[in-house]
Design a protein around this ligand. Structure first.
Ligand code: PGA
Length: 266
């Protein structure tokens, strides 16, 4: 049996969806569907108000908990914000940072996202840094330049010893929530190869090879295996399909199948 080269992730980003009842049903459905959870780190990222509820429901399972955002200070006069200390206190291990909805709808800059990455890693959280180009940028052949900028600025001054707590999610903005116009597995593979090349320049070949790189953008049960079968694609960040337990479970099982094929090639 081969040793897996990198940790595999399936992350459910619920975004601003759910009620208490829906959260309970969704988590219970995922737990029930994933009673055997080999090879893959499954992470649920509910909205802040459902944190304690989801944490309690996940107790005793192998499913991890993540947040969708945080503010880069331990505490202070920041009305409405949530700190890394609070996330750790509430049992969250992971945090998504720099999601395109925060970059483009809430105006977060690369330097602000960089502060969040530094602060999250220093606090002991595992960060998932999202990067990706808009459709206009893709059409103007700027994908490489955008990835370069978002990675270089997003990871500026991050001490190398913290990089083992970091993974990257490449999510082309135009492919998110867009079942009709999404990226092909081959395109995702090419963009992730580019991402790893940039990472190798920023943090060295060894660290770049060790880092988990995920893809996100309309991954659904019918296309998950094709994405997850791409070499160098170590996981998926799921939005819409993470709100349906059966769909999320099917994607997580596709990831487990891909991982099994990697460690036990036929
Ligand atoms: P989607 O969202 O799966 O609905 O495209 C992905 C994301 O925004 O992380």
């Amino acid at each position: 049996m081969n040793t897996p080269t990198r940790q595999k992730f399936v992350v459910g980003n619920w975004k601003m969806h759910s009620t208490t009842l829906e959260a309970e049903q969704l988590v219970n459905g995922v737990i029930h569907g994933l009673s055997v959870n080999n090879y893959v780190t499954v992470i649920l990222c509910p909205p802040f108000p459902y944190l304690a509820l989801v944490r309690d429901l996940l107790k005793g399972t192998q499913i991890a908990l993540g947040a969708q955002n945080m503010y880069p200070e331990a505490e202070g006069a920041f009305t409405g914000e949530v700190s890394p200390t609070m996330l750790l206190d509430l049992g969250r291990e992971y945090v998504i940072l720099g999601h395109s909805e925060r970059r483009h709808k809430l105006g977060e800059s690369d330097s602000f996202i960089n502060q969040k990455v530094e602060c999250a890693l220093a606090a002991g959280l595992n960060a998932i840094l999202c990067v990706g180009e808009t459709l206009e940028q893709r059409k103007a052949n700027q994908t490489e330049a955008i990835l370069d900028r978002q990675l270089t600025q997003g990871l500026a001054n991050v001490p190398p010893e913290f990089l083992s707590q970091l993974s990257i999610a490449y999510e082309p903005v135009w492919a998110i929530g867009n079942a009709l116009h999404h990226e092909s597995p081959q395109q995702a593979h090419d963009a992730l190869s580019l991402t790893r090349k940039k990472l190798s320049r920023i943090c060295g070949e060894i660290r770049a090879q060790q880092m988990t790189l995920q893809y996100g953008g309309s991954v659904k049960p019918h296309n998950a295996a094709a994405f997850l079968g791409q070499p160098g694609l170590d996981g998926v960040l799921i939005g819409g399909a993470s709100l349906k337990a059966d769909q999320f479970v099917a994607i997580a099982k596709a990831a487990m199948g891909a991982m099994k094929a990697e460690v036990q090639p036929s």
